[in-house]
Structure formats: structure tokens, C-alpha cells
Design a protein around this ligand. Structure first.
Ligand SMILES: Cc1cc2nc3c(=O)[nH]c(=O)nc-3n(C[C@H](O)[C@H](O)[C@H](O)COP(=O)(O)O)c2cc1C
Length: 377
């Protein structure tokens, strides 16, 4: 019996296997963040490939929270119809595949904006941009925007939502002592740093009910001095489980990690540090697993691990040891959308074809998500 083909629930939602497509920005939306035919084709291919649950690329909940051109939007009701095309195509072709809309505010890592919002005015050293500390009114507006986006996801036919609380975007900035220097009720203690998501969760549930699962992705570590450590992130994970989140995906890093040196980190940071290159040489495979294991020990909701998972052997080991409940993949599914099906049928190699070269990132905005290396081979 292959362990990853066994079903498991997230909240009341039955997931047919343990294989999750981690959120992956598509670079395919219109200027207003509307879904296009390119999204529909992408998600049809993924759904047909046998994955149990698909998390979309991050969709911004407010105009002030956009990171890149052609990013999906979830900031007003005009976007619901387009979003429903993603949910529908996955339900139609996915043989009981579930679909989750990832929601984000990009905070101090937002782009194209003269004012970038953040918990505190801490210089973003990579872009050399000083964000504006959010007022209480702005925090309330963002909480309301997330809650309304959760409602839109449900109305569009998604099975659940995931809040993007990792990688140095707004929620991650509230969690992290590196970016959150507030002295009011949104900063300081763990309860205070998680208050924003607690309020989003409660408002969201008021609109969609307890049965609609709200998931979250978070950093096991920020990899920045003064940032989240595993001790801190474990406490945050416990708090998130208490609030009511139905699953936690464990990732790591913020953009500024790019400025750090290999000798200090033990691995070479690349331009998107959460998507490390050269898995198995410079970086070990399943590089977030040590963090996921610790978090898994501390909570009793499902834990999803993502990052550099490069073979069926590692998948089986993670699941058999109970280090995580689900395994998630981003880049391997860009190269091989039918990877789960291939492994289930026992076809070919137990390794993924993906080289983790990050060429998918280089042409994202100009051409949309694709594996450049595969096209060259
Ligand atoms: C092209 C690309 C786009 C990504 N977009 C998102 C995103 O929208 N939201 C998110 O949480 N993570 C995003 N990530 C990070 C992935 O979800 C994942 O955490 C990371 O790539 C490590 O997993 P992998 O080794 O399986 O690729 C993206 C990664 C890549 C390569």
C-alpha cells in the first residue's frame, strides 16, 4: 500500500490522498486580477494529474496588498464569477480533487505602490523601501477585506481557503518579531502577534460558518536574525490551532534572506529563498521537515510540509514516520502536473523530474507559469 494514496480529512473535508499542490503564483491574471483562460487550462491539467488538493496562487484581498502584475485578485465581488471557473474546472476534471483559494496581503513586500503597509515601519532591505506602520483603522480594513475574500471564495465554489501567513507577507510580518515592533495589542506577545489572524478567522466564520475550512501557511523559521525561530513558530502554531484553523502548512523565509551569506545559513539563499535551488546538493531535500516535525508534535490538526520534496521515498518516509500529514509540491508539479498519477501507477522514476533550478520563476510575469527547462530539453 502506498501511504500517500490514503485519504485524510482537513476539517470536514475529505482529501482523497496526501498529495497537495502548494500555492503557486500563476502570472496569468488580467490587470484587474481576473481569471483568464490560461488559468483554466493550468488547473484542468493539475486536476487531471491525480493531486488530492490544489491550492491556487496567492490572490490579493485589497489593492494595497498586490505583489506582482498578473496576480489573482479576490478584493471585490466582480471577481467571484472568474474565480468560480477555477473551482469548477477542478471539480469537473479532478475526480474528487478539492480546491483552496490562497489569500494574501503582501504588506511591505507589495509592489508598484508608493505606500506599502506593514505592522511597523521597518526598512525592507532588499527593495530598500520603508513601509508605513498600519493604523488601527487600516488593520480593521484589512481584517474586513480578508473576511470578505473568504466569503467570495465560498461563493465561487472553493472547498476552503488558505491564509498566506508565510514568506514575509503581511500576516507573516505580524507573526515575526523582526517586522512587528508594535507596542499595542497587535505586537509583543504571541497572543498579540496572532491577533490579526484571530480577528480575520472570527469575521470569516461569521460570514461562511464553521464548516468552511480556513487553513494557514506559516514560517517554521524566518532565517533572519531577530525573526521567527522554531520555538516561537511552534507557539504560534499552537495558538492558530486553538483559534480554529483546520490545517497548517509549514514553509520558511522572507525576501531579505536573499541578502544573507551561505556560511551563516548553511545553505545558499536564492532570489526567492522559500524556493531553494539544487535540492540534494547545496540544500537537503524536504528542507522544512525539521520545522514541520516540531510543529506536528505540538498540535493536533493536520500539518502539511512543503519545500524540496523530491522523491516518492521521502514522501513515504515523512508519512510513515508521522512527521507530517500531507506533503505539498510547487515546482515539481509545474514540470509534471501528473506526478501523483505517475507515482500511483508506479510509472518511471521514484524521483521528481523537476531540477529545482527556479527557471520557472524567471519568466513568470512575461509568459505565465511554465517549466522553462522542460521546454528546452
Ligand atoms: C513559481 C512559484 C510561485 C510561487 N507562488 C507562491 C504563492 O503564490 N503562494 C505561496 O504561498 N507560495 C508560493 N510559492 C512557494 C511554493 O508554494 C513553495 O512553498 C516553494 O516553492 C517550495 O516548494 P517546492 O520545493 O515544492 O517548489 C511559489 C513558488 C514558485 C516556484
Amino acid at each position: 500500500m502506498i501511504m500517500f494514496s490514503t485519504p485524510k480529512k482537513i476539517g470536514q473535508l475529505n482529501i482523497k490522498n496526501r498529495f497537495i499542490r502548494s500555492a503557486t503564483y500563476e502570472g496569468m491574471a488580467t490587470e484587474e486580477g481576473q481569471v483568464t483562460d490560461k488559468h483554466v487550462t493550468l488547473y484542468k491539467n493539475l486536476a487531471e494529474g491525480g493531486v488530492g488538493l490544489i491550492i491556487t496562487g496567492y490572490a490579493y484581498v485589497q489593492r494595497s496588498g498586490i505583489a506582482f502584475d498578473k496576480q489573482l485578485g479576490a478584493y471585490n465581488d466582480d471577481l467571484i464569477h472568474g474565480l468560480s471557473k477555477i473551482a469548477d474546472i477542478i471539480h469537473k476534471y479532478g475526480d474528487d480533487c478539492k480546491v483552496v483559494l490562497q489569500l494574501v496581503h503582501c504588506g511591505r513586500q507589495s509592489r508598484h505602490l508608493e505606500i506599502r503597509l506593514a505592522p511597523s515601519a521597518v526598512l525592507e532591505k532588499l527593495t530598500k523601501f520603508l513601509p508605513k506602520e498600519m493604523s488601527k483603522k487600516e488593520i480593521s480594513e484589512t481584517i474586513e477585506a480578508f473576511a470578505q475574500a473568504i466569503r467570495r471564495a465560498k461563493e465561487a465554489g472553493f472547498d476552503a481557503v488558505q491564509l498566506h501567513g508565510a514568506h514575509g507577507y503581511l500576516i507573516s510580518e505580524f507573526f515575526s518579531p523582526y517586522t512587528n515592533k508594535r507596542i499595542d495589542e497587535y505586537g509583543g506577545s504571541i497572543d498579540n502577534r496572532t491577533r490579526i489572524v484571530e480577528e480575520i478567522y472570527k469575521k470569516g466564520v461569521e460570514l461562511v460558518g464553521e464548516d468552511f475550512p480556513i487553513l494557514i501557511k506559516m514560517n517554521g523559521g524566518d532565517f533572519l536574525e531577530g525573526g521567527l525561530t522554531i520555538e516561537d513558530s511552534t507557539k504560534i502554531a499552537k495558538r492558530l490551532a486553538t483559534i480554529g484553523f483546520k490545517a497548517i502548512e509549514v514553509s520558511g523565509g522572507m525576501w531579505e534572506v536573499v541578502l544573507r551569506k551561505k556560511k551563516d545559513l548553511g545553505w545558499k539563499p536564492t532570489f526567492i529563498p522559500e524556493s531553494r535551488m539544487l535540492i540534494g546538493t547545496v540544500n537537503e531535500p524536504a528542507y522544512n521537515l525539521p520545522f514541520a516535525k516540531e510543529i506536528k508534535k505540538a498540535i493536533n490538526i493536520p500539518v502539511i510540509v512543503v519545500g524540496g520534496i523530491n522523491s516518492l521515498d521521502i514522501v513515504e518516509q515523512i508519512l510513515e514516520e508521522g512527521s507530517a500529514d500531507f506533503v505539498a509540491f510547487s515546482r515539481p508539479l509545474i514540470r509534471e502536473p501528473d506526478l501523483p498519477e505517475r507515482w500511483l501507477k508506479g510509472v518511471g522514476d521514484r524521483k521528481v523530474e523537476c531540477l529545482f533550478c527556479n527557471s520557472c520563476l524567471s519568466s513568470l510575469i512575461s509568459t505565465g507559469l511554465r517549466c522553462v527547462k522542460k521546454e528546452q530539453s
